[in-house]
Design a binder for this molecule. Structure first.
Ligand SMILES: [Zn+2]
Length: 337
């Protein structure tokens, strides 16, 4: 199975303007307490990656219990809001509305340059390699970045474009890109993307099963998410300020997400952690929060070594699947049909 290393000088502030992220986090924490504060309405779940019921509490953040699976080491919120409560939150809360600004308008240009183009190139290379003849349609689940349709159309590989259950308020932007907004699941897709979605889904299993059903044989599912196996989350743990409810209910481990895709019948083609920001995120965190205590070796590397060493460390993390930004390409092989 492939994995990739990418270094192009990306900075966290390029894709997540700090003032916007801070406002988005504040709103999310405040409103999740209003929407989900009643413990009687939360439900306990087994591990969302491997389905094991054996797990231990590891920390409480903003009133929500995070646990670690004893089988696959995924970290997840349980008890958690129901699927229906999460849909209501994203449809009607101020934080849900703010997402539209946060993800699309004010970050559109930098996102487009730094991230989307490289993701779409990745998609094009893989789809070109697996499909013989017609590739069918292209779908993006939970569209946050409508510009993806401009980029995918340039590939000239697909005969239809669907935005499946986009973030509420995003519809107008999507129609402008001449893609179809669909609240149902289309079928026969040659490629399907879901960027930074899995972490806030009630059931990752149901989510990936739905993706399986939407793909044609040889269709490929492209997904990005954060993994708890990555450097910054392993080092910062609950002190990672950019992890908050309900945006981050599932922080699955590499082992857990591999099991999850296998359970859903998809064949993994690539599982990589091409993240470029782990070292920068930890450096930023220790500057902002003096209560964070790092293991002495990590502290020495970050505070006393050169930028060149930091870059080397980040490349080491990428090569060894130890960055927290995970990307996956998985193919529907037709064996479960
Ligand atoms: Zn597990």
């Amino acid at each position: 199975m492939k994995h990739m290393v990418v270094m192009d000088g990306l900075k966290g502030s390029d894709i997540r303007p700090p003032a916007l992220l801070s406002k988005f986090r504040e709103l999310s924490i405040k409103e999740s307490s209003n929407y989900f504060g009643n413990p009687a309405r939360l439900v306990s779940i087994p591990c969302p990656a491997c389905d094991s019921s054996v797990y231990l509490p590891v920390f409480v953040k903003n009133g929500f219990q995070y646990n670690r699976c004893s089988e696959c080491a995924s970290v997840f919120v349980s008890p958690r809001p129901t699927h229906e409560a999460l849909v209501r939150y994203y449809n009607s809360s101020k934080a849900g509305k703010f997402r539209v600004d946060y993800f699309s308008r004010k970050t559109e240009e930098s996102r487009r340059i730094h991230v989307l183009r490289s993701r779409v190139n990745w998609l094009g290379r893989i789809v070109d390699g697996v499909n013989n003849g017609g590739t069918g349609g292209f779908g993006d689940i939970g569209t946050n970045y409508p510009v993806i349709f401009d980029e995918v159309k340039k590939l000239d590989l697909f005969d239809g474009f669907y935005s499946i259950r986009p973030s509420p308020g995003m519809e107008g932007y999507i129609v402008n890109k001449k893609a179809r907004v669909s609240q149902d699941n289309p079928t026969g897709l040659g490629a399907l993307t879901a960027f930074e979605q899995l972490e806030h889904e009630y059931s990752p299993y149901d989510y990936i099963k739905d993706a399986y059903d939407m793909l044609s044989d040889n269709g490929v599912f492209f997904l990005t998410t954060r993994t708890i196996s990555g450097f910054d989350l392993q080092v910062l743990w609950e002190k990672a300020s950019y992890i908050f409810v309900p945006e981050h209910l599932n922080l699955l481990s590499i082992k857990g997400i591999t099991k999850l895709f296998t359970r859903c019948g998809l064949d993994l083609m690539e599982i990589s952690t091409p993240g470029q920001l782990d070292v920068e995120l930890v450096l930023h965190a220790i500057k902002e929060d003096s209560s964070i205590k790092l293991p002495s070796f990590i502290d020495y590397i970050l505070r006393s070594c050169s930028t060149e060493t930091h870059n080397d460390l980040q490349q080491f993390l990428q090569r060894n699947r130890l960055s927290s930004h995970l990307r996956i390409a998985a193919r529907k092989g037709g064996k479960n049909d």
